[in-house]
Design a protein around this ligand. Structure first.
Ligand code: SF4
Length: 455
């Protein structure tokens, strides 16, 4: 007899299954704190801000708090740099009991001075953790004092772990970036210029995207934050357009830049042939006075698809009819993943995210096939339940979902920030299809206890 896995009381409203037939009421609950005891896959506010700012490579990043917070986020992304690598070091004030009693401001000040003298960074980011929220250190005052003494920007990041969801961490990171934007010269920036927002240069992805735009004749001023540089961020208010990829983390920054500097923004995705092509065409369409930009975009799309199409057909032949479950951080990613999986013949039986909002889930419902489960802020037990019940052959997620897939005996594809293979751009879609193929079709599944022995 099959074991039935239940859903915790209080979680039912965050799970929705698309049914066939009559009009279904769509009332999924989201944008709320996690249920106690649910063992959410989400990270804390501090972690949210850390992942956004981490790739700024010529700044020092100091975690003001106990050592565990720094260890938890040490070298947290596979974000690579073409130059300095200060981002890969993890500094912490390592607060102890006496600091908690008497305050940690002096320790923070001493740490900053020592690190700035030793590493000569172009800026510093200071992250507040839970304990700082409790003891009330005035990190703004310390940052102001050090900035004045050392002559570099020192930005407080108000990311106390307990004060909300990971999304609040994204906002705290964007507020820190806003303090830098507008402080550099915009001289010499072309009229056909953009910033790439929400691209973190995992395994060199930002370089792939940047090259496409530059081939089209567009100047890329700043990439936020992949392969990020302080000077580029400071002059990024001189562009004509912000192109936002990871909408969950960077839309608030794009909106603030629109309000303050009048820079419009568009949302794009660099994942999958369809969305990658659209992101080039959409940007080109916003520079109608230069028709050669659109011409070049068409040429890039044509050449790239021609290069990868035959191999993709081979993967599709093997994977047609296989089923995928998706559980990622931001919901925007799932839209592209569904389209990309369809191009290699796979259907999606579970689509979920840690931080999606109502509009995201509504769009997901429209895109998904009947029978697909849509889930917000899930936990390992629920994910196991859906993977088993829907007989998925593949789970797409991050480092926390990987053991779930392998324990259940199904293939896995890492689509999160730890990965070492680029999945953006046309070459990225090829890499994705290859990885899915190798995992789903691996001979190891003949020997592994398929479905964890439950089916
Ligand atoms: S929840 Fe608090 S203590 Fe834990 S890692 Fe986040 S900031 Fe640090």
């Amino acid at each position: 007899m099959k074991e039935e896995i239940g859903i915790l009381e209080g979680r039912q409203h965050q799970v929705f299954e698309k049914k066939s037939g009559e009009e279904q009421q769509f009332d999924i609950a989201c944008d709320k704190t996690s249920l106690s005891g649910s063992v959410s896959q989400r990270a804390c506010v501090f972690c949210g801000s850390r992942v956004v700012l981490y790739p700024v490579a010529d700044a020092i990043h100091i975690v003001h708090g106990p050592i565990g917070c720094a260890a938890y986020t040490w070298d947290i992304r596979g974000a690579v740099s073409s130059g300095p690598e200060l981002h890969r070091l993890s500094f912490s004030t390592d607060l102890q009991e006496m600091d908690v009693i008497y305050g940690g401001e002096k320790k923070l000040y001493r740490s900053l001075i020592e690190l700035i003298d030793q590493y000569k960074p172009n800026a510093a980011f200071i992250y507040s953790t839970c304990i700082i929220g409790l003891i009330g250190d005035d990190i703004d005052a310390v940052c102001r004092k050090v900035a004045q003494e050392k002559g570099i920007p020192v930005m407080p990041v108000h990311s106390e772990g307990f004060k909300g969801t990971k999304k609040d961490g994204y906002k705290a990171a964007c507020s820190a970036l806003m303090k830098l934007i507008g402080t550099g010269s915009t001289e010499g920036i072309s009229k056909c210029s953009i910033n790439i927002l929400g691209e973190f240069n995992l395994a060199g992805e930002a370089w792939i995207i940047r090259e496409y735009y530059e081939k089209m004749g567009i100047e890329v001023v700043a990439t936020m934050t992949g392969d990020g540089r302080i000077d580029a961020i400071r002059r990024s208010h001189g562009v004509s357009l912000n192109v936002v990829q990871c909408s969950g983390s960077m839309t608030s920054l794009a909106k603030e830049m629109e309000e303050k500097y009048g820079i419009p923004y568009i949302r794009v995705s660099y994942f999958g042939f369809e969305d990658m092509s659209k992101s080039l065409y959409d940007v080109a369409a916003l520079f109608p006075e230069r028709p050669e930009i659109m011409e070049k975009a068409r040429e890039i799309v044509r050449d790239e698809i021609r290069k990868y199409y035959p191999e993709m057909q081979k993967f599709k032949g093997a994977l047609s009819g296989k089923k995928a479950a998706i559980y990622v951080g931001g919901a925007f990613k799932t839209f592209s993943l569904i389209k990309a999986l369809r191009t290699i013949g796979m259907s999606v039986v579970l689509a979920g995210s840690q931080t999606g909002n109502k509009d995201d889930y509504l769009r997901l419902k429209e895109m998904c096939d009947e029978g697909t489960v849509i889930v917000d802020d899930s936990n390992p037990v629920e994910l196991s339940k859906f993977v088993l019940e829907k007989e998925a052959d593949l789970l797409i997620g991050g480092v926390k979902e990987r053991p779930i897939a392998f324990k259940l005996g199904v293939g896995f594809c890492d689509h999160n920030h730890e990965r070492k293979i680029p999945l953006a751009g046309f070459v990225g879609m090829y890499n994705f299809a290859k990885e899915v193929y190798e995992s789903v079709m691996s001979p190891v599944w003949q020997f592994a206890p398929r479905k964890g022995g439950l089916a």
